[in-house]
Design a protein around this ligand. Structure first.
Ligand code: PMP
Length: 413
């Protein structure tokens, strides 16, 4: 009988050394996923990725909760036309790394504007948030340094840590962090604490003020990946630092343009000196072509809208607060979420696929989040709320979950 791989982890334990054999074996895992009847991954959309989408296999639009385009910027006329104007002015690509001349005036403008928005002196752009995190860490940390990492930071950050020492700190555990900081104080050159502003799978916030205080006390640097915080958190959308009234107190802030800016790309913002160093040492910038003109202009427009149109962010928070109240009052387990990211905890791989399938049958598109994105015992659906969702979309989700709960219990027992 074929073995059941309910988790990708079970499958990985059975992996062969040879890449071709591994790829062949992987088909068994895919067959099993398909057996659950839920097509969850690599689904093509015939429309833009927004609050509703037309996806392959469905003749009607589905209500979608998969995108991180929190402010709906990817589908706005203003951002689209800004991109078109830049295409006409600069062409389709910069076609060189920025360091050797592929550096447009709009790149420079975006660096300046994003740096001041997040409360830092200067910034450097990357073609993705992944590249920003991985590239700057490869440049900053070596064998005499140490990264102290929250267990839930994003994979892109871990990708930059292969050449240095790593020690995990507890999630938002200040006592443990203090113990570790004391322990490593005189053993390493650079001590860099790395956290996210808003955690991408649980939607909870970092314990930022306490972490800043400890970093100061023990002479450690602090890096905050605020991919999910910028544009969303804080009275003016300036991110988790603004939310906690800590602007200007963080050494390095990284972010992405693929979420609340509705585009693609990333940045790191820090002191002038540090950014100057990264301009020559962050490999994913130095050895990679510059962000495209269209993307850069659309991001600039999105930033302008974030600054000048607070009602867009207000709608996001109205939606978020409404859904949180509805789900919590009905007894669904949304963990510690306080942001527009909602985990709906299922804690069972097979069930999470079944529920995703049943939601799809009801015209709702969510993603089953399983290992390796989260621990196997923490399988969940992830729902991202957008400012462009209407109340009816949120009500549809809630009533579909209620209905499914009759067959597969999802609510807290
Ligand atoms: N950091 C976090 C916390 C993220 O969630 C993501 C994207 N999922 C990234 C970094 C990478 O961003 P990008 O999509 O721009 O590569």
């Amino acid at each position: 009988m074929e073995k059941n791989y309910y988790s990708l982890k079970d499958f990985e334990l059975s992996l062969k050394e040879n890449a071709i054999e591994r790829a062949n074996d992987f088909q068994k895992y895919i067959n099993q996923l398909n057996g659950f009847g839920c097509k969850s991954y690599w689904i093509a959309s015939h429309t833009g990725i927004g609050a509703t989408m037309n996806i392959e296999g469905y003749d009607k639009p589905v209500i979608s909760f998969i995108a991180n385009d929190y402010l709906g910027m990817s589908q706005r006329e203003e951002t689209i036309y800004a991109g078109i104007e830049a295409l006409k002015k600069y062409g389709t690509g910069a076609c060189a790394a920025q360091v050797i001349g592929g550096y447009l005036d709009i790149h420079k403008q975006l660096e300046e504007e994003i740096a001041s928005f997040v409360g830092q002196e200067d910034a450097i752009l990357f073609s993705s948030g992944f590249g920003a995190n991985a590239g700057i860490l490869r440049a900053l940390l070596g064998k005499n340094d140490i990264a102290l990492t929250d267990p839930f930071i994003h994979t892109s950050t871990l990708a930059g840590l292969h050449g240095t020492n790593i020690k995990r700190i507890g999630h938002n555990d200040l006592e443990y962090l203090e113990m570790v900081l004391k322990e490593v104080k005189d053993q390493y050159e650079t001590k860099l604490v790395i956290i996210d502003g808003v955690y991408s799978q649980d939607g909870d916030l970092s314990a930022l003020p306490g972490i800043i205080a400890l970093c100061k006390k023990y002479d450690a640097m602090l890096m905050v990946d605020d991919a999910h915080g910028i544009g969303v958190m804080g009275a003016n959308g300036r991110g988790t630092a603004e939310h906690f009234d800590c602007l200007g107190q963080i050494d390095i802030i990284t972010g992405t343009f693929s979420k609340s800016f509705g585009c693609v790309g990333g940045f790191a913002a820090a002191s002038k000196k540090l950014i100057q160093y990264l301009r020559f040492y962050a490999d994913s910038n130095v050895f990679s072509a510059a962000p495209t003109p269209q993307v850069t202009a659309s991001v600039l427009k999105a930033l302008e809208l974030i600054k000048t149109r607070p009602e867009i962010r207000q709608k996001l928070w109205d939606n978020t607060n409404y859904l949180r109240k509805e789900l919590m009052e009905r007894g669904f387990d949304i963990g510690k979420s306080v942001s527009p990211i909602f985990p709906i905890m299922v804690r069972d791989n097979k069930k999470v696929y079944q529920i995703a399938k049943m939601l799809q049958e009801r015209g709702i598109f969510t993603i089953a989040i399983v290992y390796p994105a989260v621990r196997t015992k923490e399988a969940r659906l992830r729902v991202s709320i957008l400012s462009t969702h209407e109340k009816e979309h949120l009500d549809c989700l809630v009533s579909a979950l209620e209905e499914i709960n009759q067959t597969i219990p999802i609510k807290k027992q």
